[in-house]
Design a protein around this ligand. Structure first.
Ligand code: S3P
Length: 184
């Protein structure tokens, strides 16, 4: 695929959405197609802490995780433009949201509940899903977070079983057709 002429003018592309939405896998394809570096915020947080996200939650608690998440994402947004996959809770933080608003273009991957449940079942390392029925928890998070995710510049509704490559292409088309006045 030829490198598209995306209207992103030095900004990062920030993927948001719930756990299992495909932020990391779509983000990687997107970065390849746009010839931009890719970074996964959760991986950076784990690297900075020297332990897994699960261990951060267990040993230090969610508040400490959120503080680390904020620090790491702020640092990443101040760096070179890249494709950044964020953890599902990051965009709920108003200071992260406001920095993303200045430094990035947000893409919300809006995926249905059944798909989220099916995908999150494959991994057992998401601390927020351990406290009860993952379906109930994801449903509650949808109600809490979707109104905030809706502030994203671009909303993508991947089709059921759509490949990350196909979704990435859909994101690129949406970037290309952002109206001039809507471009951050
Ligand atoms: C979280 C999502 C996770 C990770 C942490 C908290 C959330 O990332 O940041 O477990 O609050 O939704 P993914 O969305 O990449 O699974």
């Amino acid at each position: 695929m030829t490198k598209p002429d995306t209207p992103i003018s030095g900004k990062s592309i920030v993927l948001v959405g719930l756990m299992g939405a495909g932020k990391t896998s779509v983000g990687r394809r997107l970065a390849q197609n746009l010839d931009m570096p890719f970074i996964d915020a959760d991986e950076e947080i784990a690297k900075a802490a020297g332990c897994s996200i699960g261990d951060i939650f267990e040993i230090y608690g969610e508040t400490a995780f959120r503080d680390g998440e904020r620090r790491v994402i702020m640092r990443l947004l101040d760096g070179e433009p890249r494709v950044l996959a964020t953890g599902g809770g990051a965009f709920m933080d108003s200071s992260i949201r406001s920095r993303i608003g200045k430094r990035g273009i947000t893409v919300w991957l809006r995926v249905g509940l059944d798909t989220l449940v099916r995908r999150t079942r494959r991994r057992n390392d998401r601390p927020l899903l351990k406290g009860g029925s993952p379906r109930d928890i994801l449903e509650r998070l949808m109600a809490e977070r979707y109104p905030i995710y809706a502030e994203a510049n671009i909303v993508i509704d991947p089709k059921k079983n759509e490949s990350p490559e196909k979704t990435a292409r859909r994101v690129i088309r949406a970037l290309e057709s952002l109206p001039q006045e809507a471009r951050p």
